[in-house]
Write a protein that binds this ligand. Structure first.
Ligand code: ADP
Length: 385
């Protein structure tokens, strides 16, 4: 640590979205210089990082030459050119989490095979090449309704996922190699963020509950801690810690789970990076997930994950029917409520369901946070001009 803070250490962050912005902000108290690779000069991290470097994160040359500018690389998205990262690693660059872990989770098919190999409870699956194969499997009785189709690569925030309940949904089938998964009868969606440093020390944040927007397959609200009993909390945490160990990860790992109506936990997917389900830790935990990620990648002791306060987080999603330069409504009004913390990511343009910011509401009790969050939900809107 002493060496780090007295040097001009340059940490490379691949992509400058809201997670990159918060990671750069967390690096600032240690005076670590943050270099961010992103194709958009107005990306959220551009205003807070030391240097923004223009480039496409999926492009070999852009990632490889970015690697030459920095001492260590980490990332805030998954759609990154892993061949360039692997070459940089072979040449001695420090990259955490490891590019092999990233390559594994970039392909949802490989990720499911990894769960299977390690006996991690996850919905039964089969791999298929696209709608044609899916339709003929249905016709021949090798596949039955309902099921969930997930394209193997480059899906995010519910894009790339089709929940097929009945024949009427078959028109929604997506193109491309896919994972076909058994539908879980979901009671609650949960997430656990765990961290592991280079010495193998681990830590976990309390489990959160994710509430999805009914019109878009993405998270609208997070409740921390999750309203589940202590044994489920322990089991979910244990599963997440096992995954961090089995993947050999150095950094933070977000583990998304389903709790079904029989009380059984199923791992949905893992993300080896700071995650939207951990934003609340900035205000609600002793150590934020961003600081924890930095502690882990620099191989420092991990920080306390104790909660200071319960919280409810609301994602500020672009309003339906609004597309164009963004205009926020109601922020000043909700600032008068106790425990309301506003985060605006700085994206210039809104579109329906785009994540434009979030509001964390902390409370002395979860009920108090829920009460004030309900007011925020009713009041704040993300419109276009
Ligand atoms: P993404 O990576 O795009 O977020 P997910 O795999 O998390 O995609 O799926 C998005 C949402 O779709 C989940 O949060 C859940 O609501 C629903 N979903 C995904 N898989 C299943 C499943 N096997 N059974 C039921 N619902 C599912």
């Amino acid at each position: 640590m002493e060496k780090l803070v007295t040097s001009d250490f340059r940490l490379g962050i691949i992509a400058g979205g809201q997670l990159g912005k918060m990671l750069a902000l967390a690096a600032s108290p240690w005076d670590v210089k943050t270099y961010v690779l992103d194709s958009d000069e107005h990306c959220p991290a551009a205003t807070v990082c030391t240097r923004w470097i223009q480039g496409d994160c999926t492009d070999f040359d852009a990632v490889y030459s970015f690697g030459q500018e920095v001492e260590m690389i980490t990332f805030e998205i998954e759609n990154v050119n892993t061949e360039a990262l692997q070459k940089l690693k072979r040449e001695g660059k420090r990259i955490h989490p490891d590019p092999d872990v990233l390559a594994l989770i970039q392909d949802k098919g490989k990720q499911k095979q990894f769960f299977q190999k390690h006996a991690v409870p996850s919905a039964a699956f089969t791999l298929m090449n696209g709608p044609e194969e899916i339709l003929s499997a249905l016709k021949e009785g090798r596949l039955t309704l309902p099921f969930v189709q997930k394209v193997r690569r480059a899906g995010y925030d519910g894009r790339g996922v089709a929940v097929i309940c009945g024949e009427e949904d078959l028109a929604k089938l997506l193109q491309g190699p896919s994972v076909i998964e058994a539908t879980v009868d979901i009671e609650k969606e949960l997430a656990v963020i765990v961290a592991r440093n280079g010495k193998g020390e681990t830590a976990s944040f309390p489990v959160v509950e994710m509430v999805l927007n009914p019109n878009a397959n993405l998270v609208e609200m997070l409740v921390s801690p999750a309203r589940i009993d202590a044994s489920l909390h322990r089991n979910a945490t244990e599963l997440a810690l096992q995954l961090a160990v089995k993947s050999g990860l150095q950094g933070v790992l977000a583990v998304e789970l389903f709790l079904d109506r029989n009380g059984q936990l199923w791992v949905n997917e893992i993300s080896p990076r700071p995650h939207n389900s951990g934003h609340h830790t900035i205000e609600s935990a002793v150590t934020s997930q961003y600081e924890q990620h930095l502690r882990a990648v620099f191989d420092f002791p991990l920080g306390s994950t104790d909660l200071k306060r319960p919280s409810v987080l609301l994602n500020l999603l672009g309003e339906k029917g609004h597309e164009g330069p963004v205009r926020y409504h109601g922020l000043t009004k909700v600032m008068s409520l106790p425990g309301v913390k506003i985060h605006i990511y700085g994206k210039r343009y809104t579109r329906p369901f785009r994540k434009m910011g979030h509001v964390t509401v902390v409370g002395a009790t979860l009920e108090e946070a829920e009460h004030n969050a309900a007011v925020v939900k009713k009041t704040v809107r993300v419109y276009s001009c």
